[in-house]
Design a protein around this ligand. Structure first.
Ligand code: ZN
Length: 231
């Protein structure tokens, strides 16, 4: 089955500073009319209706079908086996993670920030794909889009200690956290193959083409989107 995906950046939208320009999130303080126009721009690019999440840095996972609302409340991962519906995750430093199984035709969008990562949201979403849709974890591909990387992701000493204790030394360089490796290793534990996990080398905090909460504070959100092609 053909499964397509894309990651937006901050270009090509209508919002003005500090949301310039393709801000897709309503909760940021941007003009809702601009966000609606930006979402329209994304929908035209995708060519399908898009489902978003009201993301809460938790580990709730929702199943999406044709009857789902445009915004799924209170969740950080959405999964579907329905062709013709795009799933989106919105971020500005957190990892936009897309999971897909081409054999079974199942797609998922996951919001993997620090908290979601600590809650193991990626592996939990893999488990949902296996249990609800009969996927084999070895068939699942993962793609992590632009996100804040260890060059910029300084965390508190207390948090750094917690990461070392809970997950191991290798994810910390001083007080700089390697969130991508932490997620990759949880996905490997969940049964994904290493050669099926792709990690963007773009750091959102270094890249001026992306929104970065760490760099900018008040800013917009870009998105990862995934969909199963209509046949
Ligand atoms: Zn950086």
């Amino acid at each position: 089955m053909k499964i397509d995906r894309l990651f937006t950046d901050r270009r090509g939208g209508v919002s003005s500073s500090p949301y310039e320009s393709l801000n897709l999130a309503l909760h940021t303080g941007d003009d809702p009319a601009s966000v609606a126009r930006n979402r329209n721009i994304l929908q035209k690019r995708v060519g399908l209706p898009i489902r978003f999440m009201q993301q809460v840095h938790g580990d709730n996972i929702a199943i999406v079908d044709e009857s789902s609302p445009e915004t799924l409340p209170d969740c950080d991962a959405i999964v579907t086996n329905r062709p013709g519906i795009a799933l989106a995750v919105m971020v500005a430093d957190c990892i936009p993670m897309l999971l897909f199984d081409k054999k079974k035709g199942v797609a998922a969008a996951v919001h993997a920030g620090r908290n979601g990562t600590f809650l193991n949201i990626g592996a939990k979403c893999v488990k949902t794909m296996v249990e609800r849709f009969g996927c084999r974890s070895g068939d699942i591909y993962a793609e992590m889009g632009p996100s804040i990387r260890a060059c910029c992701y300084e965390i508190s000493e207390e948090m750094a200690r917690l990461v070392r204790k809970s997950f191991g030394e290798s994810y910390m360089n001083g007080r700089y956290l390697d969130l991508q490796s932490l997620n990759r290793d949880r996905l490997l534990e969940a049964g994904l193959r290493e050669d099926r996990i792709d990690i963007s080398d773009i750091c959102t905090c270094c890249s001026t083409d992306h929104f970065s909460y760490r760099r900018e504070g008040t800013t917009g959100r870009f998105a990862g989107a995934i969909w199963i092609e209509n046949r």
